[in-house]
Design a binder for this molecule. Structure first.
Ligand code: 13P
Ligand code: SF4
Length: 368
């Protein structure tokens, strides 16, 4: 996270509108009026994992793929991204030079994205390409920093999201003999398994170990090399929770995000991106029961939206994305006030060369 501060030259001024200055109610009121006043030049994007008070101000809500697509089409000058840092970077790269992307709180990072950095990826690539003649195609999950997207663009790979990982991985395996997938080992493993690749043909590269913990023989033999990264939120679900629900309520459908571990993915009834989860629950008949393995804000919102269905979290513990959670109305208000003063705060700007290479990788994804 420190890196994030350095990269963005975070000013020592952290926006903070105190409770003494404004009550929660006044904050919401001022957001409503500033949003109206600035509507010609402003769009607010909200990822599905944001809290309700933020979602209520979002002009567009969606999963990573939808939001990156929408970001590419936008014409408004200011894009306030209520999500995490890598999403705002993607929006900046896909928008025009005149547009300004703002992340209301720069501390909103993604612990999974932080599990792979450019030095580690370069080191891994050197090691892997030294020990195999096979063509390796790199694929990165969109949850990563812009310089990793650029690495993939520079090596003719593609980006993927949780909703198109299957298509992107199939494309990669037609292009080359091996796949390097980062940073989320679970999305990589679950998707490759669905595509018929055996678990024995996948190995994990752990950047904290010498040579990633792999021998040259393992590299030669493997079809898929998975980076040792994971989402701490989705790692909170386990097979025992599924078994307990299956026992107490066999009619409940277990639906999970593919960032969950293989055990969870394999034992669930259904798996897919946040949009897939929402659509499935929306379309289900009244009286349906779901136990959902994804971030708690989305699960709670679905439960409120569909009171005729039983929607609970798969985990008895709060599976909360603490970094998404940092985007609070007070920060959103500060962003709006700064736009009004014509001095936007917490602007996310990716350098031109990183953008050029990342766009190659993003273009590949859009084409696939
Ligand atoms: P999607 O929005 O693509 O389903 O991903 C979930 C997630 O963890 C975003 O960080
Ligand atoms: Fe990152 Fe997981 Fe939070 Fe998504 S839910 S932003 S992958 S930590």
């Amino acid at each position: 996270m420190l890196e994030l501060y350095k990269n963005n030259q975070l000013s020592d001024h952290l926006p903070h509108i105190s409770e003494e200055e404004l009550s929660d109610e006044q904050v919401l009121k001022e957001i409503t009026s500033l949003k109206k006043e600035l509507e010609d030049q402003l769009v607010i994007l909200g990822h599905h994992y944001q809290q309700d008070d933020i979602i209520s101000f979002a002009d567009i809500t969606g999963d990573s793929l939808q939001l990156s697509r929408e970001a590419a089409k936008l014409s408004k000058k200011y894009i306030i991204f209520c999500g995490v840092h890598f999403m705002a970077e993607t929006a900046d790269m896909l928008s025009s030079d005149e547009q300004v992307v703002i992340l209301p709180d720069l501390r909103a990072g993604c612990s999974m994205a932080d599990m792979a950095n450019k030095n580690e990826i370069d080191k891994a690539w050197n090691f892997l390409t030294t020990h195999t003649q096979d063509k390796i195609v790199p694929i990165t999950y969109i949850n990563c920093t812009a310089d990793l997207k650029a690495f993939v663009g520079n090596h003719d790979g593609s980006i993927c999201t949780s909703s198109n990982a299957k298509k992107v991985i199939s494309w990669a395996l037609e292009k080359g003999e091996k796949l390097l997938f980062f940073p989320d080992q679970h999305l990589g493993r679950n998707t490759c398994f669905e595509l018929g690749i055996a678990l024995e043909d996948m190995v994990v590269y752990n950047p904290m170990m010498k040579d990633g913990g792999l021998t040259p023989e393992q590299v030669k033999k493997a079809k898929v090399i998975l980076w040792y990264g994971y989402c701490s939120v989705h790692q909170g679900f386990n097979k025992e929770q599924i078994q307990a629900i299956k026992k107490s309520s066999p009619e409940t459908t277990i639906i999970v995000h593919p960032e969950c571990s293989f055990d969870v993915f394999h034992n669930a009834d259904m798996a897919g991106s946040t949009s897939f989860i929402i659509d499935t629950i929306k379309k289900a008949p009244a009286g349906s029961k779901f136990a959902v393995g994804t971030e708690i804000n989305l699960v709670n919102r679905l439960a409120q939206e569909f009171p005729d269905k039983s929607i609970t979290s798969l985990s008895p513990y709060q599976c909360l994305c603490t970094t998404m959670y940092r985007i609070r109305p007070r920060w959103l208000l500060e962003s709006l006030r700064c736009i009004k003063k014509n001095s936007p705060l917490n602007v996310i700007k990716v350098d031109p060369e990183t953008t050029r290479l990342s766009l190659k990788a993003l273009d590949n994804m859009f084409k696939i």
